[in-house]
Design a protein around this ligand. Structure first.
Ligand code: ATP
Length: 454
């Protein structure tokens, strides 16, 4: 079943149910740019909230920061982005398309039937040249020298330039971390594969500052911790793997980099990167800014530039991985259904409350009452539109784990049915028990019913 999950199916579900829309559609669209609808926003909020819980709420060694998108241009000189944040670009003089020279294998030329660039005899590729991925902008009303600035291509530098503020104010001693969630921008040469590679995305990065001698140990620790976070939120182990970069693939500053990869419909690809960045960033910012960026122990007994371990990921790549992993189609009593078997903590809606017969005012009143009660604590939906089977299908498609149905028996004995999205099992409980039961269900550890072998 899982092999049949194509990106097209995910894109079409997202569009059909209002998770994600192609952006600026009424103007003809802007390639590889997307807007999120109601359910998409709820899923993104849930992914962000679970990440923040794991990084900040459940620990006492990581604090938050929210830095500006446009930073002093020198930041990007110090970080190496002005000089080195480039991808090799080739143009095809025939079809006028541009490709990443290191990703020609994955690219398609403009002619039909499409082949790889260079495979038609008419293809006429230029030599690769380096193309900087940073979006440029100007600060202030006049586009003159000195006004040039960049939209941040990563959130990490906003953390490094605040290292001293946090160290002093929070009286931290390594190991400690600073986490940030926010938009990053990259002028990707070949964006694509839905949300996997976009030009505007929301990054979640954490810089963990450690004594140099402990760097390797913490690097391994964060690879494991991040891997297990994905398993906790429902991704199958069999679809995740860690791939360590060889020395030739690593950035110049990196002492070690591993990708946590997911088996996307496009094949194994980077979901999250975990890097041991050494002392490169703090050293460079100290050099370029003239500010000392180091840890000095009590009475000056210890003094060093901490090493940095960085787990970095975008909500977009998690969003796609979770939807792909959750997507299922099955036949129930001779009818097909599409169901998102999302972890309840990720699902946009936790429960639906449905009166069996919308014309029955007593049923509607009971159902509304239950809905009003549940929504004080959870994201729940009330739906009275159409046949009950269709309403269940609508909830299945957006991944709602539970549905509570008010029927004739409710009017007699105050019980409702609870329906489980995955097993489709139904049982009765009293209305008074519903809130407690839903809370219990949502707190339980959860594993995907798709099973490891799928
Ligand atoms: P890739 O090799 O796929 O371009 P990268 O190695 O350049 O990724 P990093 O610079 O390590 O990526 O960025 C950290 C994380 O940010 C990635 O693991 C990914 O989750 C996310 N990310 C990077 N670029 C994009 C993008 N264009 N769209 C969506 N997410 C992205």
């Amino acid at each position: 079943m899982a092999d049949e999950v194509t990106m097209d199916k995910i894109v079409s579900l997202c569009r059909r149910r209002g998770f994600v829309f192609p952006s600026s559609e009424i103007y003809g669209g802007l390639g590889s740019t997307f807007d999120y609808g109601h359910y998409g926003v709820l899923v993104k909020n849930n992914i962000r909230a679970r990440w923040l819980e794991a990084m900040v709420q459940e620990r006492d060694d990581i604090v938050l920061i929210d830095s500006a998108v446009i930073l002093h241009p020198r930041v990007w000189e110090a970080s190496g982005h002005v000089e080195g944040f480039t991808d090799p670009l080739v143009d095809c003089r025939t079809c006028k398309l541009r490709f990443r020279a290191d990703k020609l294998e994955d690219s398609q030329c403009g002619r039909k039937p499409s082949k790889r660039p260079g495979e038609y005899s008419e293809c006429d590729l230029t030599e690769p040249r380096q193309f900087n991925l940073m979006f440029e902008t100007t600060v202030g009303p006049v586009a003159e020298a000195g006004a040039r600035a960049f939209l941040r291509p990563e959130t990490a530098q906003g953390i490094f330039i605040n290292f001293k503020n946090v160290l002093q104010l929070a009286r931290r001693r390594p190991p400690f971390g600073i986490a940030q969630v926010g938009k990053s921008f990259r002028n990707e040469i070949t964006p694509g594969n839905f949300l996997f590679r976009v030009r505007e995305f929301e990054q979640m990065e954490m810089e963990y500052f450690v004594p140099p001698a402990q760097a390797d140990q913490w690097y391994r620790y964060w690879i494991d911790a991040r891997f297990e976070w994905y398993v906790k939120y429902g991704l199958r182990r069999s679809r995740l793997r860690v791939r360590e970069h060889g020395p030739e693939e690593r950035s110049h500053y990196s002492q070690g980099t591993s990708d946590i990869e997911y088996d996307y419909p496009i094949g194994w690809s980077e979901l999250e990167g975990v890097a041991n960045r050494g002392d490169f960033d703090l050293t460079r910012h100290a050099e370029f800014s003239g500010t000392e960026l180091e840890y000095v122990g009590p009475e000056g007994a210890e003094r060093y530039v901490p090493y940095v371990i960085e787990p970095a990921v975008s909500i977009e790549r998690i969003f796609v991985a979770m939807l792909v992993d959750a997507y299922d189609e099955e036949e129930v009593a001779g009818r097909g259904r599409t169901v998102l078997r999302l972890h309840p903590a990720i699902a946009p809606v936790k429960a639906a409350v449905l009166p069996l017969i919308a014309r029955d005012s007593a049923m509607v009143e009971k159902a509304r009452g239950l809905y009003e009660e549940l929504r004080t604590a959870h994201a729940v939906e009330y739906d009275e539109g159409g046949a009950i089977g269709r309403r269940y299908r609508r909830q299945d498609e957006i991944g709602t784990p539970f549905a509570f149905t008010v029927d004739e028996q409710t009017l007699a004995d105050d019980t409702v049915t609870i329906r489980d999205r995955d097993s489709l099992a139904q049982e009765r409980l009293t209305i008074g028990q519903v809130a407690g039961r839903l809370g219990d269900e949502l707190r339980k550890p959860w594993t995907t019913p798709k099973g490891e072998s799928a």
